[in-house]
Structures are given as structure tokens and as C-alpha cells.
Design a protein around this ligand. Sequence first.
Ligand SMILES: *[C@@H]1O[C@H](CO)[C@@H](O)[C@H](O)[C@H]1NC(C)=O
Ligand SMILES: *[C@@H]1O[C@H](CO)[C@@H](O)[C@H](O)[C@H]1NC(C)=O
Ligand SMILES: *[C@@H]1O[C@H](CO)[C@@H](O)[C@H](O)[C@H]1NC(C)=O
Ligand SMILES: *[C@@H]1O[C@H](CO)[C@@H](O)[C@H](O)[C@H]1NC(C)=O
Ligand SMILES: *[C@@H]1O[C@H](CO)[C@@H](O)[C@H](O)[C@H]1NC(C)=O
Length: 257
Amino acid sequence: MANDYSIVIFFVLCTALQAYGQSFNCTQAGRFANPTDTTCQNYTYCIYNAATNTFTSYNYVCPTTSVFNPATGMCTAPSNYACTVTTTVPTTSAPTTTAAPTTTAVPTTTVAADACTADGFVADPSSTDCSSYIQCVQINGTFDETTLTCPNGTYYNPNNTFCESTYVCTSATTTTITTSAPTTETTAAPTTVAPFSCTAIGRFANPADTTCQTYYYCVQTTTGTFAQYQYTCPSTSVFSPTTNLCTANYVCPTTAG
Ligand SMILES: *[C@@H]1O[C@H](CO)[C@@H](O)[C@H](O)[C@H]1NC(C)=O
Ligand SMILES: *[C@@H]1O[C@H](CO)[C@@H](O)[C@H](O)[C@H]1NC(C)=O
Ligand SMILES: *[C@@H]1O[C@H](CO)[C@@H](O)[C@H](O)[C@H]1NC(C)=O
Ligand SMILES: *[C@@H]1O[C@H](CO)[C@@H](O)[C@H](O)[C@H]1NC(C)=O
Ligand SMILES: *[C@@H]1O[C@H](CO)[C@@H](O)[C@H](O)[C@H]1NC(C)=O
């Protein structure tokens, strides 16, 4: 049958593309370096599809001169991460139960206002349905902001920066106070979060955080209410309430003494 034939051709093509070796074999959700990419500029974004119990991989290229740091799962300036990939064999990972669909380029557009405060990913303030997000890479003091679109049927979860089919976009509800999610690794956010309530769009210091490391990001929803997300400034930087940015130049006025 002609139908069977085209399916066979499809899978042969898929296999051929995977064998090409540019992509990382997805066995968990997240962003991973391509093991054979000696430029460190390409990375694979693995998205879990709960309906089919499979992973879909997407290939991305870090913007301009930035490189992918596998430890943080982010693109960063080359001065922040030394690319040392030779052509080593990746650590043996158990083969997945199901064949992952082939890589697809996710459409990207470059818009975005000043959403970025650090390397990484932030919610797209103009996307009220959580279908897109912004990749931030700081290069020579300037942020390269790229708007990325989540694959169809997945939504950007600011908690873990992943597009998830199970994520419910908080557009209809009032506020979502994110009390330092118990993620496995990433950042260690100081807890003790006092009620903070967004009253305007933007980033605001967390009044309960005497270390100045966390801040709130307030996004207005379609219904006019605010969704609020808590973020932690990267590494040793702190949130400056005057510039509303994470910076190494701000001295946190600790109220401990
Ligand atoms: C990915 O999986 C395919 C099929 O199991 C395998 O041939 C290939 O070597 C794997 N690639 C990597 C980088 O692990
Ligand atoms: C990186 O990705 C681009 C676009 O998909 C591709 O053309 C290029 O060959 C990749 N480079 C490496 C080293 O895998
Ligand atoms: C960043 O600055 C360095 C040194 O001034 C320069 O060599 C490099 O081209 C700059 N990179 C970009 C992307 O502008
Ligand atoms: C995404 O879903 C929408 C609505 O279900 C559909 O119209 C569109 O064609 C889909 N796009 C892709 C790339 O599958
Ligand atoms: C973030 O994670 C926390 C803890 O798991 C959860 O209570 C909260 O609802 C999540 N927020 C969003 C916006 O997903």
C-alpha cells in the first residue's frame, strides 16, 4: 500500500536525520548541549509529550557569539563559558522506549521590549496565553532578546522555564505567588517570602528578601489582573530596586544588624 510505503520512507528519513548527529537524544525534558558540536552554539530542547509518552527535540542555535553552557542550560557570552567540546562520545544514556520525533525548527521572531535582566529565559509579557517566551543573552553589556514560540499545545512555565503541555497558563486567575519552587537543582532561592502583590507591570524587589537576591516579575493578564513570578538573580548578583535589574554593582542594605 502506498500509505505504508510513505510511512516507511518517513521513518527512514527520521533515522537518517537523527544519525546525522547534530542532535541530542532526548530522554528527559530540558535543554542539552549537542555532544558533537565543537562550536557549543547549538543545543537541543527536549519537550515531553504526556499524551504520547515521547520526547520531541528541537534544535536551537545560540544568538550571535554566545555559547551554550550545559551546566546552566542557557546561552551565555563566550567569556562566561569556555567551550571545550572535542568529539568525545557522550555518556551512555539508556535508550528511550519510544522513538522521538525528528527535530523541527521552532519559528522565532525578534521583538520584545526590555524583558531581560540576566542570561536565561523569561515569560513573554506580550504573550497572554503563555505560548511564547524570551531568551536572554547578555553580550558585552547588551541583551540579545529572542522571542521563542513554544511548540503547539505547550505553554511556557516560568517556574522551570520549560514549555509544557500540562502547564496551565495563569491568565484567568488572579495572582500566582511563586514561593520558591522545590526544583531539583538550579538556584537556591532564599525562602521566607512575605506576601507581595503586583500592582503594576514590571520587576520589583522582593521586600521580604534581605539578601536582595530575589525579585518579582509582574505580568498583566488579559483580564487585567496580574500574574506574578519570583525570580532569583544569577550567581552573586543582587536585584537593584533603582534600576530593577540584577547587578553586581548594587550594595544590598542588609537589615540584619
Ligand atoms: C541517538 O539514538 C540513536 C538511535 O538509538 C543512535 O543511533 C545514536 O547514536 C544516538 N545518538 C546519540 C548522540 O546518543
Ligand atoms: C548547528 O545548527 C545549525 C542549524 O540547525 C546547523 O546548520 C549546523 O550544522 C549545526 N552545527 C553543528 C556543529 O552541529
Ligand atoms: C564584545 O566585545 C569584544 C571585546 O571588545 C569584541 O571582540 C566582540 O566582538 C564583542 N562581541 C559582540 C557580539 O559585540
Ligand atoms: C497549531 O495549532 C493550531 C490550532 O490547533 C493550528 O491551526 C496550527 O496549524 C498548528 N500549527 C502547527 C505548526 O502545527
Ligand atoms: C510553581 O511551583 C510551585 C511549587 O511547585 C507551585 O505551587 C506554583 O503553582 C507554580 N507556579 C506556577 C506559575 O506554575
